[in-house]
Design a protein around this ligand. Structure first.
Ligand SMILES: [Fe+2]
Ligand SMILES: [Fe+2]
Length: 379
């Protein structure tokens, strides 16, 4: 793949990084969690926006970065479970994913392709307007899976220690709550420090005693992936409309609405598949982390409209004001701080485990610039 790079980008990025390093040192050692993205780490020098409004360019740059990160994680899934995996140890991971839907390899490959086109289109559009583009290549330093099929290249994202927030499951089933009103939602599955891809061939274990031929160890990894797909794509589903509210130019709005719509299409597909994850309990022999996948329709504590697996369309709920009639909507879509919220959610999931301070500082500066964009009064 080729990613356009403006000739002055590297120079400005290194200026920004040296500034950011000073900022981190002055603020004290950056640690994990909320402190990974300290406030006030702003670039001393803004990127060029070319012929675009400054805010529109900043929004597109943050979205380009998000798409590059999506591409990176989807490529890891695609190498181990896409349509090209037809034999070898990883085929057991394919078989496990096919327990959720026999078309999973096709959907995984298509989602991967889509993200790559989002990334390339947004950067090409920025470049066509003389605005600076985004390149994260220098941060692709994280290890690959060692299972057969995975390319041994540096990665931007880490799929091997995920905390998967599955509260979107109950959020989209609620008819009385909305995250934009400050409401919170129970998890469908508690997934903490679990791998979503086979780390080595040791994670690919057959079990002739199961109808699928797949051990619980391998099926658990596929189940985690099945929910992670939904978690990632519901994030994009909310991020695009949240940022669209602060776009100024109609053509940029068209881009954001048109790409955002395919994130919704992805989410809807994964939402439908995750509910087919076979119920099981597994303790990871490497980390000791336990996961329990329940029968969401029947197990005690589950069942009913909060969990029912075929309720995959957004349940009408409160929107804007409780006095309005309920409405079937994407949620959340609140625009204030939306880019930073998205970045914090990804970081909280351990998706960037092992990344450098410079990576977090750079992504933070892109998010802060996007969140500073105004629909009115900007230039
Ligand atoms: Fe995307
Ligand atoms: Fe996506």
């Amino acid at each position: 793949m080729s990613r356009p790079i403006q000739s002055n980008f590297i120079q400005k990025a290194s200026n920004r990084r040296s500034f950011l390093k000073k900022g981190v040192a002055a603020a004290g050692a950056a640690t994990v969690g909320a402190a990974m993205f300290p406030d006030g780490l702003r670039a001393s020098q803004e990127e060029s926006s070319g012929n675009l409004h400054k805010g529109d360019a900043a929004i597109l740059r943050f979205l380009a970065a998000a798409e590059i990160l999506e591409t990176d994680l989807w490529q890891q899934y695609n190498e181990l479970a896409g349509v090209d995996v037809t034999s070898g140890p990883s085929f057991l991971y394919v078989t496990a994913l096919e327990q959720l839907d026999e078309d999973m390899p096709q959907y995984i490959s298509d989602n991967t392709d889509d993200e790559l086109t989002h990334e390339e289109f947004i950067n090409a559009y920025l470049a066509s307007k003389g605005a600076e583009t985004v390149d994260l290549t220098r941060f692709a330093t994280l290890p690959s899976s060692k299972a057969d099929g995975a390319k041994q290249v540096g990665r931007l994202t880490n799929l091997m220690h995920l905390n998967v927030d599955t509260s979107w499951w109950t959020r989209y089933r609620s008819s009385t709550k909305n995250p934009d009103f400050g409401d919170s939602f129970p998890q469908a599955v508690n997934i903490n420090n679990r791998t979503a891809i086979p780390r080595t061939n040791d994670d690919l274990v057959a079990d002739g005693g199961k109808a699928s031929g797949v051990s619980d160890r391998t099926q658990a990894i596929a189940n985690v992936a099945g929910f992670h797909f939904g978690t990632i794509e519901q994030g994009g589903t909310s991020l695009y409309p949240s940022l669209a509210q602060r776009v100024k130019d109609v053509e940029v709005l068209r881009i954001v609405l048109s790409i955002g719509g395919t994130e919704i299409a992805h989410f809807q597909t994964w939402h439908d598949k995750a509910g087919n994850a076979p119920p099981l309990t597994d303790v990871d022999p490497v980390t000791g982390s336990k996961v329990v996948f329940h029968d969401l329709n029947n197990d005690p504590g589950f069942g009913g409209e909060e969990f029912q697996t075929n309720l995959i369309m957004p349940e009408p709920t409160i929107f804007l004001n409780r006095n309005f009639p309920k409405c079937s909507i994407i949620r959340p879509t609140q625009t204030k701080g939306a880019a930073m919220n998205a970045l914090n959610a990804l970081a909280g999931s351990n998706l960037f485990l092992g990344q450098s301070k410079e990576f977090f500082a750079f992504l933070t500066s892109l998010a802060q610039d996007a969140d500073a964009a105004q629909r009115e009064g900007d230039h």
